[in-house]
Design a protein around this ligand. Structure first.
Ligand SMILES: Cc1cc2nc3c(=O)[nH]c(=O)nc-3n(C[C@H](O)[C@H](O)[C@H](O)COP(=O)(O)O)c2cc1C
Length: 480
C-alpha cells in the first residue's frame, strides 16, 4: 500500500459524541429526500466489496449475513457492493447480468428490510469493467502473447519469429528497446484493456453495447425490490475511464469534457427510460481523479452539474483509485487500482501528509455541490473519505459542503455505530484505525474483515469463520 512520503501519523478526530437529544436535533440524524425516497437520516454506507459471493456471482448465505449485519445499525442508506452488469465470469464478484440472479437479490432485499425494520433504504451499485489479466511469466509472455511484427524483426534480421521470442525471453536488457510501450506494460503489469482501444471492436462499440446492459441491470434491481441503483462511474472501471481526463477517444466519446461525459449521460438516459421516472437512480463518480492527466476541478464541477441536470437523483463523490499509477503486481497477480497515490486518495490511511486522511475528499467535493446549487439544482451530494466522527459529519452538513455523509471503513469497524450515536452512546463506538487492513484483504480477494473485531470471541457458538479459519466474518453483535 502506498503512503505519502511525509509519513505523518494522524490521530483519530475527537468523537465529541452527542447526547441522545443532541443527536436527535442534529442534521446528520435528520431526514432527507433522495429522488422518490425518504432517507430517515443522512448516514450512508457506501459500496464495499467484501468478497462473500462465489464464482457464479450469486448471493450466498455469507452475502446475506454481511448485509444483514449492517442493516442492524439502521443506516439511512446502504449501498450493496459493485455488482457486475454483464453475464460473464467475473471471479467472486456479485452479478446482476441475468434474470437467474433475481431470487438471490430478492432475498438480500428482504433480509435488509427485516433487519433494519424497514428503516434503511437499500441501493445496489452496478458496474462494468474491462478485461484484465495477471502479470505473466516473461517466458510465457514471449511464447504465447507477443504478436511478432516487422518492427520487432528489424532488430533481429537473421532470426525466425520463434527464435526472436526465445532471444527476447532470455535477454531482459532488450525489452525496452524492442517492445513498444503497450507490450512492455503488458509484460510488466499484465494485459489490460482500455476504453481508448478503438481497434478492438468490442471497445469501439461500448457506446452502443453499454446503455442496454446497464438498463437491463437497473430493471432487475427494481424487480428485486432495491430502493434504487447507483451507477458506478468511479475509480478504475469502464465508465470512470470514459469520464477520465486521459480519455482521448476521437469518435465523439472522448477528447473534450462534453465528449467524455457523453456515454455516462447516454447510459443514464437509457436506465431512466427503462426504470421510469419514479425510481431512484444516482451515480458515484470521482471528485478528483488523482492521476497525472486526470480531469480538473472545473471538469468535476461540470460533470456534477450536467449529471444532476440530466436527472440523477443523487451524486456520490469518491476520489482516486486508478490503474494508471498502481504498483507493479508480482508475477501471477493482477494489477490492483488502489496501490498507488490515487489509491491512497480513495482510501486514505492514518499515515499521511500534512493534509491528513480526515475528510480528504471535502476540498474537491464541496465545490461540486456549490456548482450544482448555483445551477439551481437540489440534487443531494454524498461525500465520503475519512469521515468517522459526529463532529466532522455535522460540520460538513452545517457548512453546506455535503448533504449526506458516507462512511465505509468506520461502518465496517462498527456496523452499529449510527445506532449507538443516535442513542447517545457514542462512547461505545468501535473506532476504525484507518490502517487499511481491510483494503489489504480486498487486494488479495480475501474475505474482508476488520482488525478491530475479527479475532474477538472466536469461540462464540455458531460464529462463522473466514476460509483461513482464523477470522470471524461478522462483527460481534451489540445489544442496546
Ligand atoms: C474493502 C473495500 C471495498 C470497497 N469496494 C468498493 C466498491 O465496491 N465500490 C465503490 O465505489 N467503492 C468501494 N470502496 C471505497 C469505499 O466505498 C470508500 O469510498 C472508501 O473506503 C473511502 O471511504 P472511508 O474513508 O469512509 O472508508 C471500497 C473500500 C474498501 C475498504
Amino acid at each position: 500500500m502506498w503512503v505519502p512520503p511525509q509519513r505523518i501519523k494522524h490521530t483519530l478526530p475527537e468523537g465529541n459524541w452527542p447526547s441522545r437529544e443532541e443527536a436527535r436535533d442534529s442534521l446528520w440524524f435528520s431526514p432527507l429526500r433522495v429522488g422518490n425516497l425518504a432517507l430517515e437520516q443522512r448516514t450512508w454506507i457506501p459500496a464495499m466489496v467484501p468478497w462473500r459471493s462465489n464464482e457464479e456471482g450469486e448471493v450466498t448465505r455469507d452475502v446475506l449475513d454481511y448485509y444483514e449485519r449492517y442493516a442492524q445499525g439502521f443506516p439511512g442508506a446502504l449501498v450493496v457492493e459493485a455488482t457486475g452488469v454483464r453475464d460473464i465470469p467475473s471471479g467472486p464478484l456479485l452479478r446482476i447480468g441475468h434474470d437467474r440472479y433475481l431470487p438471490g437479490l430478492r432475498k438480500l432485499v428482504e433480509v435488509v428490510r427485516q433487519a433494519s425494520q424497514g428503516r434503511t433504504r437499500l441501493f445496489i451499485q452496478i458496474i462494468d469493467f474491462l478485461g484484465i489479466r495477471r502479470r505473466p511469466e516473461p517466458a510465457k509472455f514471449f511464447a504465447r502473447f507477443l504478436d511478432v511484427k516487422d518492427r520487432h524483426r528489424q532488430h533481429f534480421p537473421d532470426l525466425k519469429d520463434d527464435e526472436i521470442r526465445q532471444r527476447l525471453a532470455a535477454e531482459p536488457a532488450l525489452w525496452e528497446q524492442v517492445l513498444d510501450e503497450r507490450e512492455y506494460e503488458t509484460l510488466q503489469y499484465g494485459w489490460r484493456e482500455r476504453v481508448t482501444d478503438l481497434d478492438t471492436p468490442a471497445i469501439r462499440e461500448l457506446p452502443q453495447s453499454l446503455p442496454p446492459v446497464f438498463a437491463a441491470a437497473a430493471v432487475r434491481a427494481r424487480e428485486a425490490g432495491f430502493d434504487g441503483v447507483e451507477l458506478h462511474y468511479a475509480h478504475a472501471y469502464t465508465m470512470a475511464s470514459f469520464l477520465s481526463g486521459r480519455n482521448d477517444r476521437k469518435d465523439g466519446y472522448g477528447s473534450t469534457r462534453e465528449g467524455r461525459l457523453r456515454l455516462p449521460l447516454e447510459v443514464f438516459r437509457e436506465v431512466r427510460r427503462r426504470v421510469g421516472d419514479d425510481y431512484t437512480v444516482g451515480c458515484r463518480y470521482l471528485a478528483h481523479e488523482g492521476i497525472q492527466g486526470g480531469y480538473s476541478q472545473e471538469d468535476a464541477c461540470f460533470y456534477g452539474v450536467e449529471l444532476a441536470r440530466a436527472g440523477m437523483d443523487f451524486l456520490s463523490l469518491s476520489r482516486g483509485g486508478k490503474f494508471e499509477d498502481a504498483k507493479q503486481p508480482a508475477v501471477g497477480w493482477a494489477v490492483y487500482p488502489y496501490t498507488g497515490p490515487s489509491g491512497y486518495e480513495c482510501m486514505p490511511s492514518f499515515i499521511s501528509d500534512e493534509r491528513g486522511p480526515w475528510g480528504r475528499n471535502v476540498p474537491s467535493a464541496g465545490p461540486i455541490r456549490a456548482a450544482v446549487r448555483e445551477a439551481g439544482l437540489e440534487t443531494p451530494v454524498v461525500v465520503t473519505g475519512g469521515i468517522c466522527s459526529f463532529t466532522q459529519a455535522e460540520e460538513l452538513l452545517r457548512s453546506g459542503q455535503a448533504d449526506i455523509i458516507g462512511s465505509a471503513r468506520q461502518s465496517l469497524a462498527d456496523p452499529d455505530w449510527f445506532h449507538k450515536v443516535a442513542l447517545g452512546r457514542g462512547e461505545e463506538v468501535r473506532r476504525c484505525k484507518f490502517s487499511n487492513y481491510c483494503e489489504g484483504l480486498d487486494q488479495k480477494h480475501k474475505q474482508v474483515t476488520c482488525q478491530c473485531w475479527d479475532r474477538l470471541e472466536l469461540d462464540e457458538p455458531g460464529v462463522a469463520l473466514a476460509e483461513d479459519g482464523r477470522r470471524r466474518l461478522l462483527a460481534p453483535s451489540w445489544k442496546p
